[in-house]
Design a protein around this ligand. Structure first.
Ligand code: AMP
Ligand code: MG
Length: 346
């Protein structure tokens, strides 16, 4: 038997009406499809079909202790999978479609595999119109974690998905362009609405959520959790989103620091240095420099973070040095969370 189809990798489909119908049919048959979203690309399967969802865990090499997010076409479908409450409905009205995931008590139709055996389910309505059209056409909620092998940098383009999941059972990726947010969703646990908990900082600013709720989000202590250890709060692994090249995280880093680094180390700056700073660099320094934004805007840094880490990871550097975003505003906590976990050892 030839192994050629595996080596070819999944095919990338443009979001035409005919292609959407074809991919929706694949999903209904229990197959996987790579999907675009505003956060990162997802690896989708019929959320109500445990055999289909099992393929997600197998393709990613994801432990079954790490539950999946269920994606809906509309907030009106929330009652099909979860038991909502007034706080959840208020957040849904304010932020869906968008990069906010709500954890709520689950209904029995949601397979235990999806929730990793928990009595709760994570739910979101994505903002990418093509993803929502596909959910509608499939006619069922779609479970979808990021479309990368477990622990590696999340994908923000269809090509990232193809490159990362070649050799798995994934056959098709829907191309919806580059992800506009570039970070995973913010996850809020509303199982007890009086004590809303921020499980993961993400593409939606936690302060905006607190304003709508009229309460502070409880931030659970993140203990160091490693793969294979039963995790009280699932998915909070300390190492995640990681390039294969060791990432060294600094409190701050500028173009002057780059000059002092070892000659085969790369330097990821938060923003483009001033032209005067770039003009007089020692030979060979400029090619070791990358930046996440032109103007120092957090949204631009978030959008470029994963793609830039991937580029650097493919260039053969000994180490990648990166800096944390100063301040705790807007997307800064989410960017710093991803950087910290990308740099974590175990
Ligand atoms: P992702 O890997 O981006 O799909 O995000 C999935 C993450 O959502 C998991 O790793 C968990 O952190 C979180 N999650 C999903 N379902 C639940 C749940 N029922 N309770 C708590 N956290 C959840
Ligand atoms: Mg992920």
């Amino acid at each position: 038997m030839s192994s050629e189809p595996l080596l070819q990798g999944p095919r990338i489909f443009r979001p035409t009406t005919a292609n959407l119908a074809r991919l929706a049919a694949l999903l209904r048959r229990g197959e996987l499809v790579g999907v675009p979203s505003e956060t990162v690309y997802g690896l989708a399967a019929d959320a109500l079909n445990p055999a289909a969802c099992a393929k997600i865990f197998a393709a990613k090499g994801r432990p079954t202790t790490d539950p999946l997010i269920v994606h809906l076409a509309s907030a009106a479908d929330l009652d099909r999978v979860a038991r909502s409450n007034p706080a959840a409905l208020a957040l849904a009205a304010a932020f869906w479609p968008g990069p906010l995931t709500l954890v709520l008590p689950k209904l029995a139709v949601v397979p235990d595999l999806v929730s990793a055996g928990l009595p709760t389910v994570a739910v979101r309505v994505p903002a990418h119109p093509v993803f929502r059209r596909l959910i509608r056409l499939a006619g069922r909620p779609l479970a979808a974690p990021s479309a990368n092998s477990f622990g590696y940098i999340s994908p923000t383009s269809a090509a990232h998905v193809r490159d990362g999941l070649t050799g798995t059972s994934l056959r098709a990726v829907l191309d919806g362009g580059e992800c506009l947010v570039g970070l995973e969703s913010t996850i809020v646990d509303l199982t007890d609405p009086a004590k809303a908990r921020l499980l993961r900082p993400g593409g939606l600013d936690a302060a905006a959520i607190e304003r709508v709720l009229g309460q502070k989000l409880v931030r659970p202590h993140r203990k160091t959790i490693s793969v294979g250890v039963a995790a009280p709060a699932p998915g909070m692994l300390s190492r995640h989103y990681s390039p294969r090249t060791p990432l060294v995280l600094h409190k701050r880093l500028d173009v002057r620091d780059a000059v002092k680094l070892a000659s085969n180390d790369a330097c990821l700056l938060l923003r483009k240095p001033a032209p005067a700073d770039l003009r007089h660099l020692p030979p060979g320094t400029l090619r070791r420099l990358r930046w996440l934004s032109e103007r120092g805007e957090l949204t631009e840094m978030a959008k470029n973070l994963f793609a830039t880490l991937r580029v650097l990871d493919g260039e053969g550097w000994t180490r990648i040095h990166a800096a944390q975003v100063p301040g705790g505003e807007g997307l800064a906590p989410a960017i710093n969370d991803r950087l910290k976990r990308a740099a974590a050892k175990g």
